[in-house]
Design a protein around this ligand. Structure first.
Ligand code: S3P
Length: 411
C-alpha cells in the first residue's frame, strides 16, 4: 500500500518547522502530499530524495511566500498550513482546486483568531482562498464543535509558536498522528482524555517511517470481504487505534479478518492484515467510531449493499464537507446502480444484499468516490462507468494498476 497520507503530510510539514533534518521513508507519492511539499519549498525549506528516503531540510526561519500557495485538492495542507502561517511574519494566501474552494475554513479561522491571528476568507470567512497576515499569537483554550484532526492540528501548530499554553478539547477523539509525531520530535505534548495541550517549542528533526495507508487499503479489504473466494493481505498497514474503525466494522459484519506481525515503528502501530471473503451481515455505525473511519465510509457504503439486512450509518454529517458531499454522492450513485438506500442528514440506511446494475458515476474531483465505485464494479452485473478518474492521483496513483492485477489473479 502507498504510505499513509495524513502521516506523510505531517512528516513534510513538521520537518520544515524543525531544527535539523527529517528523513522520511515510505512517504506517499501522490498529489496531496506534493501540494504540501511544494508549499514548504515556497516557504524556504528544501526537499531532496536520497535513495528510498525523502530528506527535509528546514529553513532557518520560514520566509514569506512570494506567491499564492495552491493546496490543490488537499484540505490537510490548507488547514495545517493555516496554523503554521498564522503566527509567522508575512502575508500568505492559501487556495486550492474547485473542490477545496468549496470546503469550510471557518473552523480554523475562528480558533486561530481567538489566539490573535489575522485571517480572512472568501464568502464571510466560509471558504478558501484564505488570506493570512502573520502576527504574534497567544495560547488559548479551545473546545471544538466537531472532531477534526485537521483543526486540532492547526491549533496545536499555532500553539508551538504562541506565548503560553494552547489547549484543545474535542467532542470525540480524532486521529492523533500530530501528537505522536510531535512527541517523536521532542515536543512535550500533553494528552488527557479528549484534551491535548502544547507550550511553545521547536520540533527536532527525526526519522519517520510511514506505514501503509489504511484509508487506501480499505478499498481492497472491503473488496475482498465482499467477494467470497477472495483473499487479500496488506503488509505494514497503519493500525493506529484512532484510524481502525474500519476493522471494527468489518468484524461486526462477520468478515474473516486476521492481524499478524503487530508492531510499532516510529511511534505508529502497524500490522499485516488479511481479509477473506464470505457472507456479511448488516451493522450499525455511529457515535465515537465515526472519526475513526470517516474516510472509509464511502467504500463501507458500497460494502453495505452486499451485506444481509439494514446497515445504518449515523453521526456522519462531516462526510458532507469532504472533497465532495460524500453522503449525497455515494447515496445517489448507489441508488442509481439499484441499491436500496435511504439518505439522512447525518448518514444513511442501506438494505442488502443487492446485485448492483449499470451506472455512470460523476466522480466530483473526489478520489474516494472514484475508488469506492471502482470497488462497486466488482459487485455489479453490468458496467460501472466513471466519468473522470484523474482524481485518484490525489491519494493513490497506482490504484487501478493494483486493482487490475488483483482481479487478474482472481480470474
Ligand atoms: C485528516 C483528517 C480528516 C480526514 C482527512 C485527513 C488529517 O479530516 O478526513 O482525510 O490528515 O488530519 P478532518 O480532520 O477534517 O475530519
Amino acid at each position: 500500500m502507498p504510505g499513509d497520507k495524513s502521516i506523510s503530510h505531517r512528516a513534510i510539514l513538521f520537518g520544515a518547522l524543525a531544527e535539523g533534518e527529517t528523513r522520511v521513508t515510505g512517504i506517499l507519492d501522490a498529489e496531496d502530499v506534493h501540494s504540501t511539499r511544494r508549499a514548504v519549498v515556497r516557504l524556504g525549506a528544501a526537499i531532496r530524495e536520497e535513495g528510498a528516503e525523502v530528506v527535509v531540510t528546514p529553513a532557518e526561519a520560514l520566509r514569506e511566500p512570494d506567491d499564492v500557495i495552491d493546496c490543490g485538492n488537499s484540505g490537510t495542507s490548507l488547514r495545517l498550513l493555516a496554523g503554521v502561517l498564522a503566527g509567522r511574519p508575512g502575508l500568505s494566501v492559501l487556495t486550492g482546486d474547485a473542490s477545496l474552494r468549496r470546503r469550510p475554513v471557518r473552523r480554523v479561522v475562528e480558533p486561530l483568531r481567538l489566539m490573535g491571528a489575522d485571517l480572512t476568507a472568501r464568502d464571510g470567512d466560509r471558504v478558501p482562498p484564505l488570506v493570512i497576515r502573520g502576527r504574534p499569537l497567544t495560547g488559548a483554550r479551545h473546545r471544538l464543535q466537531v472532531a477534526s484532526a485537521q483543526v486540532k492540528s492547526a491549533i496545536l501548530l499555532a500553539g508551538l509558536g504562541a506565548s503560553g499554553e494552547t489547549v484543545v478539547t474535542e467532542p470525540e477523539r480524532s486521529r492523533d498522528h500530530t501528537e505522536r509525531m510531535l512527541r517523536g520530535m521532542g515536543v512535550p505534548v500533553r494528552v488527557d482524555g479528549l484534551t491535548v495541550s502544547v507550550t511553545p517549542s521547536r520540533p527536532r528533526g527525526t526519522r519517520v517511517d510511514v506505514p501503509g495507508d489504511i484509508s487506501s487499503a480499505a478499498f481492497f479489504l472491503c473488496a475482498a470481504a465482499g467477494l467470497p473466494g477472495s483473499e487479500v493481505t496488506v503488509r505494514n498497514m497503519g493500525t493506529n487505534p484512532t484510524r481502525t474503525g474500519l476493522l471494527d466494522v468489518l468484524r461486526a459484519m462477520g468478515a474473516d479478518l486476521r492481524l499478524e506481525r503487530e508492531r510499532e515503528v516510529a511511534g505508529e502501530p502497524r500490522a499485516d492484515v488479511t481479509v477473506r471473503g464470505g457472507p456479511l451481515r448488516a451493522t450499525e455505525i455511529g457515535g465515537e467510531i465515526i472519526p475513526r473511519l470517516i474516510d472509509e465510509l464511502p467504500v463501507l457504503m458500497v460494502l453495505a449493499t452486499q451485506a444481509t439486512g439494514r446497515t445504518v450509518i449515523r453521526d456522519a454529517r462531516e462526510l458532507r464537507v469532504k472533497e465532495s458531499d460524500r453522503l449525497a454522492a455515494m447515496g445517489e450513485t448507489l441508488a442509481a446502480a439499484g441499491a436500496r438506500v435511504e439518505l439522512f442528514e447525518d448518514g444513511c440506511a442501506i438494505d442488502g444484499p443487492t446485485r448492483l446494475g449499470p451506472v455512470t458515476v460523476r466522480t466530483r474531483l473526489d478520489h474516494r468516490i472514484a475508488m469506492s465505485m471502482a470497488v462497486a464494479q466488482l459487485f455489479a452485473a453490468a458496467p460501472v462507468v466513471l466519468d473522470d478518474v484523474a482524481c485518484v492521483a490525489t491519494s493513490f496513483p497506482s490504484f487501478f494498476t493494483l486493482l487490475d492485477a488483483l482481479c487478474g489473479v482472481a480470474r
